[in-house]
Design a protein around this ligand. Structure first.
Ligand code: SDX
Length: 430
């Protein structure tokens, strides 16, 4: 395969292109010389058939419903229950940490869990009605003001230091966003708690009463964060790469990723799923009407939490999250939670409906994640913030690959369909 060629015949010319093959058999035609040498372009507006990079971080097989972080199937993170920071370390470095490496990384996170005090005070001056994702992207970008020494990263030690700081601080920022939007006093992090438990402490403890984190809730949040940690070139990760390709710093690139994740077709879908389930529960909509609306091309409504650009099979994360929902709701003695029952009914209706079956539309990561977060007491408007908290290590790993590749700035072309040559018309003649 090394010297395999692809040939394009167009307008009497045969043009040859190199072919790349990935370690799992992905085949890509290298058209990077098409415009420079032939003044021709390809057209792929959603980049569905376009690889924007080579990567070693995450592998997805959409037909088989496979997801692996650095080659490790995500199902193994369910059975072996590593901590989220261990999986973050794996994504950042490409290797699972030794005990010493993990404890050193854990110390870096603990030593950096506080926000700079001026940033904490910043939260006092934002509206309590502020959209959490607006506050999150602003705060992550704002960290650049307090860590100017990390605007340029030219060695791995600095990279791991700032990665630890960001992963630790996004947790504090997320908790402060919740506290501010709920008019609650801020709770400082507790250095004796693990990552997920410390977050839940900052979310739900009060000055006069410590929130005791139930082990099954801590495990469930740890799992939710792991399952969201990376997903190859999704919209937000590709955004991070585009921004990184201009040589922008890590803070700016991750803040851009947060903004891309906010959209309802991407990370914002977990909020829309809960809205959809609540609307059905409050009687505004029946599951059957939901399915009908989702199939109606004249209706912009979509069955949120269903469908995926890559998975044409069950999203492996959705399978794990559904099982986790059943487990946690059983522990909470709430197996007949009305919204969980509606989700089960919607899945049953969709998976037996030819519209969804023919289009290979299955539940994706967002379909059950919200139910699990809600069971932890996390409000709907914080769901996409939770997605971002989980995804941050993946964005940072993708940023590192782009940064280290020394690649050219990502600057796509277009097919121009506007006016041909025209003259300026002075105001008096219009
Ligand atoms: C995430 O890319 C990633 O990896 C993302 C993510 C990650 O971890 O980063 O996995 C996280 O974003 C998951 C997806 C969350 N979004 C939603 O749940 C929103 C609802 N789903 C869709 O909008 C849609 O399925 C997308 C956005 C997820 C995928 O969009 P595509 O690949 O552009 O698919 P499409 O819109 O071209 O759909 C193909 C067909 C169309 O019908 P036809 O034109 O063939 O008649 O399927 C239909 C679509 O109308 N369709 C749906 C649908 N999803 C697709 N119809 C109704 N409800 C849906 N949810």
């Amino acid at each position: 395969m090394a010297d395999e060629k692809a040939v394009l015949s167009i307008r009497g010319k045969n043009i040859e292109f190199p072919v790349h093959e990935g370690t799992e058999g992905d085949v890509a035609i290298d058209i990077s010389k098409l415009y420079p040498d032939h003044r021709l372009m390809t057209f792929d507006p959603s980049l569905a058939s376009t690889a924007i990079c080579k990567s070693t971080v995450t592998y997805i097989d959409g037909e088989k419903g496979i997801l692996r972080y650095r080659g490790i199937p995500i199902e193994q993170f369910v059975t072996d229950k590593p901590s989220f920071i261990e999986v973050a370390y794996l994504l950042l470095t490409g290797a699972l940490p030794t005990l010493d490496e993990r404890e050193y990384f854990r110390r870096q996170l603990t030593e950096n869990e506080l926000l700079p005090e001026p940033m904490r005070l910043y939260f006092n001056n934002v509206p309590t009605t502020a959209p959490p994702m607006a506050l999150l992207s602003a705060a992550v970008n704002n960290l650049a003001c307090f860590h100017p020494e990390f605007l340029e990263l030219d060695n791995d030690d600095d990279f791991m230091e700032i990665s630890a700081r960001l992963i630790s601080k996004i947790r504090t920022i997320a908790a402060y966003i919740y506290r501010r939007t709920h008019c609650l006093p801020f709770m400082y992090p507790n250095p004796n708690l693990r990552y997920a438990a410390n977050f839940l402490h900052m979310m739900f403890s009060l000055p006069y009463s410590h929130y005791e984190v139930a082990p099954e809730i801590e495990d469930a949040l740890n799992l939710v964060l792991i399952l969201h940690a990376d997903h190859e070139q999704n919209c937000s990760a590709a955004t991070v790469r585009v921004v990184a390709s201009s040589r922008a710093n890590l803070f700016a690139s991750c803040a851009a990723g947060i903004c891309a994740l906010w959209g309802s077709l991407h990370g914002g879908a977990n909020v829309e799923v809960m809205r959809m389930l609540a609307q059905i529960h409050e009687g505004g909509l029946s599951p059957e009407e939901c399915i009908r609306m989702a199939k109606d091309k004249t209706n912009p409504f979509r069955l949120y939490g269903f469908g995926h650009r890559i998975y044409k099979n069950y999203d492996p994360r959705a399978k794990i999250l559904h099982a986790a929902c059943e487990r946690v709701f059983a522990i909470l003695k709430n197996q007949n939670d009305p919204l969980l029952n509606i989700a089960r009914k919607l899945e049953e209706l969709a998976l037996s409906d030819s519209y969804f079956v023919e289009r290979k539309l299955y539940p994706n990561v967002d379909f059950y994640s919200g139910l699990l977060l809600r069971a932890m007491g996390i409000p709907t408007n914080m769901f996409t913030v939770m997605f971002a908290m989980g995804r941050l290590p993946g964005w940072i790993a993708q940023w590192k690959e782009q940064h280290d590749s020394g690649g050219r700035i990502i600057r796509p072309r277009q097919v121009y369909e506007g006016n041909t040559l025209s003259d300026y018309v002075p105001m008096g003649q219009r």
